[in-house]
Design a protein around this ligand. Structure first.
Ligand code: C2E
Ligand code: CA
Ligand code: CA
Ligand code: CA
Length: 279
């Protein structure tokens, strides 16, 4: 890559240079990007471990930037979170992905068991007073059953929330919406606090899959996952693992009782048309 705008860092590390230029620039352009429909959503399949069938998909937002190409969410979600634009952006992601999920259901993808849609929710959205009302109205608009939607909230955001802030999630859970504790195992929640949280699923962070990559897998890592799965099941929570990249990992995680999995081994995130191929 060549130096851009005479920035000396470009010579040393084009990637970090791109990040440095962009932060300000990206923040500045976020509102116009949302208005100008520069965002799009990729979907990554969620696979049932018992039989390898398609359980659902996670919606992952991308920004098709006219100058910088396709940007991943790590580049702009923190900025959108910081400026508050995450609220309208998140609203758009929810509406567009629910619309897409209904289309899949109408097409009969997933067979007799309706597909589940997983959508990420940022802390700012969690604290927004209209979260419950907006979510219910989007489900109503497209006729998606609440049980077909699962909202993912990171463990670190969830454990920071007090009872008042958790109330909207509890209301949504009571309506049948699934609530997943995302990146579980990285947020320092003590296991007892799981009782307090309105969650239906633990989504084990990728680091757990990584621990099972070598063969033979690290016996301690195996024990840890085994323990988390048995605790989760005792609390009637399902367990999804992310970051499954190899057949070996998939086999181990299945043996350890994980309910579903997501990762490059099954499929990378892709456009909605590609989801049926994952069946
Ligand atoms: P996440 O929720 O933990 O999503 C999983 C990330 O892991 C995705 O990165 C996905 O592409 C990646 N991944 C999937 N399978 C594998 C694998 O086998 N190996 C490896 N190494 N990675 C895998 P992505 O798409 O870059 O998203 C990054 C993060 O951005 C997400 O992490 C999520 O926290 C956030 N995000 C994405 N879309 C949204 C959104 O609409 N709203 C909010 N608030 N956050 C979002
Ligand atoms: Ca997620
Ligand atoms: Ca995750
Ligand atoms: Ca993660």
């Amino acid at each position: 890559a060549k130096a851009d705008g005479g920035n000396r860092y470009a010579l040393a590390d084009p990637d970090s240079d791109a990040r440095a230029i962009s932060r300000h620039h990206l923040t500045h352009h976020l509102p116009a990007a949302l208005k100008g429909s520069e965002f799009f959503i990729e979907y990554q399949p969620l696979i049932r471990m018992e039989d390898g069938s398609l359980e659902g998909a996670e919606a992952l937002v991308r920004w098709s930037h006219p100058r910088h190409g396709v940007l991943g969410p790590d580049r702009f979600i923190p900025l959108a979170e910081h400026t508050g634009l995450i609220v309208p952006l998140g609203r758009w992601v929810l509406r567009e992905s629910v619309r897409q999920a209904c289309e899949w259901q109408v097409q009969g993808i997933g067979g007799s068991r309706p597909l589940r849609l997983n959508v990420n929710l940022s802390p700012r959205q969690l604290n927004h007073p209209d979260l419950v009302e907006e979510t219910v109205s989007v489900l109503d608009e497209f006729g998606l059953p609440p049980g077909s939607l699962c909202l993912e909230i990171t463990e670190s955001a969830m454990v920071r929330a007090d009872d008042h802030e958790l109330k909207p999630l509890r209301q949504l859970a009571d309506l049948g919406v699934g609530i997943a504790l995302d990146d579980f195992g990285t947020g320092y929640s003590n296991l007892a606090s799981l009782r307090r949280l309105p969650v239906t699923t633990l989504k084990l962070d990728r680091s757990f899959s990584e621990g099972l990559q070598q063969h033979p897998a690290d016996p301690v890592d195996m024990k840890i996952v085994e323990g988390i799965v048995s605790l989760a099941h005792a609390l009637e929570l399902s367990v999804t693992v992310e970051g499954v990249e190899t057949c070996n990992q998939a086999e181990r995680l299945r043996e350890l009782g994980c309910d579903s999995a997501q990762g490059w081994y099954y499929a990378r995130p892709g456009p909605p048309e590609r989801l049926p191929e994952a069946v």
